[in-house]
Design a protein around this ligand. Sequence first.
Ligand SMILES: Cc1cc2nc3c(=O)[nH]c(=O)nc-3n(C[C@H](O)[C@H](O)[C@H](O)COP(=O)(O)O)c2cc1C
Length: 297
Amino acid sequence: MTWVERLRTHEAICRRAPSAHNTQPWRPEYHADEIVIGFDPARSLPDSDPTGRDLALALGAFVETCLIVSAALDLPVAAAAGPRLVPDAHVYATPFTIADIEGRRVARGPYAPGYLDPVVVADLGPGIVHVPTGDLASDLAVADRWLFGTPAVAVELRDWLRLDPHHPRYHLDGLTDQALVLSRYEARFLGAALRAYPVTRRLGLPALLAATGRGLLRYEGSLLVLLADDDDHITAGRRLLRTWLALARHGLAVHPLSQLIDCPATAGRLAERVGGKPLAVFRVGRPLAEPVRSARR
Ligand SMILES: Cc1cc2nc3c(=O)[nH]c(=O)nc-3n(C[C@H](O)[C@H](O)[C@H](O)COP(=O)(O)O)c2cc1C
């Protein structure tokens, strides 16, 4: 078996990579001696992610996941522009394993109070800034109101929600009620409100939904912000995945809150606060309940 064929037999593990709304946009094309990581435009988010930032981050996370899997299989593989995976002289050097990939998951429920150990943050390297949760609590309410109040963005979210276990794609992709930590009642309410969206928007749905998330950052905890080095968001996505895996090794889960960098008003304030261009912002902590394993195709 060639290296391409061996890696291909492990594609299901590579697909554990994270992506916004769990769209799983990657489309690996297997050639004789390289793998081109393309994407499916039907799995991009043109309205919520018009610049393609989250798409590139997800492709980068997928590339890094493939490299970790290739290292576990002892295959000498490297990442190249494209993005592509190509043969290399050495096996990719990584501390992470397939068990780390399988164990990683986003956790959206409550976290134990307490700030991150500054040594853990420093170990993540430069370009990652700590912000106390309380500092962004009111901006999160603004960003949530923007999210639910911007029709194209809210409708795109609705299309990726899987709020009922009978949804035909419940076990394949998107965001389930369980992943979002919603009770049956909350899931039904959100589903009904978004189905009747143009009407419920006028009735004040955005403010109501934003209010439900108001408490999320009202505890003594930590957010981390990943800053851009340059315009190469694929490389940043690789770094994002390594960061999440490194935190997981400390028993720490993450919960991205991308609306803070998608909403123009809060994005500007966050950039000013951290002194750079934020690419990802996420809550970090010890979840009080075990997070669910998300669906994959
Ligand atoms: C670039 C990027 C942006 C994301 N933004 C959000 C977000 O704003 N809110 C959220 O709850 N999850 C966000 N996520 C997490 C995804 O929804 C999550 O990775 C996906 O549902 C799969 O779940 P898993 O990571 O637990 O496997 C983001 C993930 C990525 C890679």
